[in-house]
Design a protein around this ligand. Structure first.
Ligand SMILES: [Zn+2]
Length: 465
């Protein structure tokens, strides 16, 4: 489908987003000094953590920051909210919490100024893609403890655009709103975007009546292949957005029109990239580096964090972007450990598998990986409905297995193709990594009723044998 008329965005803060790097570093250092004073004097956690560094604390700058300790998710869980506060409770306006999908939820606090900062950051992100007065934004991120829906709401309101806060709603209704109210911008997870695509194809919806011009995808990792498919199918521009509740929520980094990665808002967040194993700061080669992203909040007030280990494996570049911004870009976000598994010495991220699988036009972005204690991991993925021949499906399975084994040398995979609309759809965050025991506890059988080539997960399931 041809791209429709696009929204015209702008860098809302060209004075900071296009600063020469030296000036940006000076601004970061000035803010870092104030942050360190604040942390060392007010937060119980950092008072203790930074005590050994006090003699030289106030001369730390962005290049000597590596000598200071990290903050981890485990610290947030173990020490609790109050240990991190740098403001009294009567100055707090909002609490949010992580989903807790990997353990105890982590709670974060916002002051009035923090909410204003959040509004400014999400407005900067959405404003840069053309959201403004009169533009209808369908906000399909979750509203509640998570930060997606309410974080973007602040930015939409600041931009005086029109918000349709659908939140997490079933696919059919999301599509109905897109169509009936003519939403121009959709904010959602990549999983919902894929599920909407599947719904539109299955029910043979005409897209000609839609007014959708852009989608902002976040909350989970997605591949460039998926982005290209969504742009082609819907005739829209797709932007990636990045954030995490511990740091702010959405509004930490956002893609620009050039499609060259997500620009970090470095005037408020200081980024480092470390070796995830030993924590050493990694050196940049030709202004690019790959490792775990570490962020320091420079201007947050209620609960600022120093050197927070995001657990996100990223590729970061500080090369100037053709859009004119000088800020660092996340050119690739591979994901977190929860979205990866080890196989033959390779750490394999789901985003890497998705990128490879979707290079086969016959395959659809509905997939999951089943990990088995003995057998090779199984990639279950749906096939395009036009592919009816059993012989062709087997050829595709073999071709994808070979492609995976070529990319991850020495690692063996099984690929099982499924008929369309068999595997689970996700209206919020996807859960694509399944452990074999989970498939016994929560039978996949209802999702796998029609194995296309007689080679499906059912043969792995002892219940079915
Ligand atoms: Zn750019």
């Amino acid at each position: 489908m041809m791209a429709k008329h696009r929204l015209q965005g702008q860098a809302l803060k060209p004075n900071v987003e296009c600063l020469p790097r030296k000036q940006l570093a000076a601004l970061q250092n000035e803010r870092l000094q104030k942050l360190l004073v604040r942390l060392a004097n007010t937060s119980p956690f950092y008072q203790e953590k930074l005590a050994p560094f006090r003699p030289r604390l106030y001369s730390v700058n962005s290049s000597t920051l590596k000598g200071l300790p990290f903050t981890t998710k485990a610290d947030l869980r173990e020490k609790g909210l109050e240990a991190f506060l740098t403001l009294p409770k009567n100055k707090l306006l909002r609490l949010h919490a992580s989903s807790g999908s990997t353990g105890k939820p982590t709670v974060v606090a916002y002051s009035e100024n923090d909410l204003a900062l959040w509004a400014q950051m999400t407005a900067r992100a959405l404003g840069s893609i053309g959201v403004g007065p009169g533009v209808l934004v369908q906000n399909a991120y979750g509203f509640g403890l998570g930060t997606g829906g309410l974080g973007f709401q602040l930015g939409i309101e600041q931009l005086k655009a029109i918000q349709l806060p659908t939140g997490v709603l079933n696919v059919e209704k999301q599509f109905l709103f897109l169509k009936e109210l003519k939403s121009e911008v959709l904010l959602c997870t990549p999983s919902l975007a894929s599920a909407l695509t599947s719904f539109a194809k299955q029910t043979r919806q005409s897209l000609a009546d839609l007014s959708l011009k852009a989608a902002v995808l976040g909350g989970e990792i997605f591949s460039p292949s998926l982005q290209r498919r969504l742009e082609a199918f819907w005739g829209i521009k797709v932007y990636g957005t990045y954030g995490l509740s511990e740091i702010l929520g959405p509004g930490v980094a956002h893609a620009c029109e050039a499609g060259a990665g997500m620009h970090l808002y470095e005037d408020h967040f200081l980024a480092e990239v470390i070796d995830p194993v030993n924590g050493a700061l990694l050196k940049e080669t030709q202004e690019e580096v790959e490792g775990e992203l570490v962020l320091t909040t420079l201007t947050k007030q209620a609960m600022p964090l120093l050197r927070y280990r995001t657990q996100d494996r990223v590729r970061l570049t500080r090369k100037p972007c053709i859009c004119g911004r000088t800020t660092a870009r996340l050119v690739e976000v591979k994901g977190r450990d929860q979205e990866a598994f080890m196989l033959n010495g390779h750490k394999i991220y789901l985003s890497e598998i998705e990128e490879l699988a979707l290079q086969f036009p016959e395959l659809e972005p509905h997939y999951q990986i089943v990990l088995h204690p003995i057998l090779p991991p199984t990639l279950q993925i749906e096939v395009n409905p036009d592919i009816q021949s059993a012989e062709l499906r087997i050829q595709l399975e073999k071709a994808l297995e070979a492609a995976l084994e070529q990319k991850f040398v020495g690692a063996h995979f099984q690929v099982h193709l499924f008929s369309p609309h068999i595997l689970p759809r996700f209206e919020g965050k996807a859960q694509r990594l399944q452990h074999f025991k989970d498939t016994v506890k929560k039978p996949l059988s209802h999702n796998c009723a029609a194995p296309p080539s007689g080679r499906a997960v059912l043969k792995l399931d002892p219940i079915e044998q």
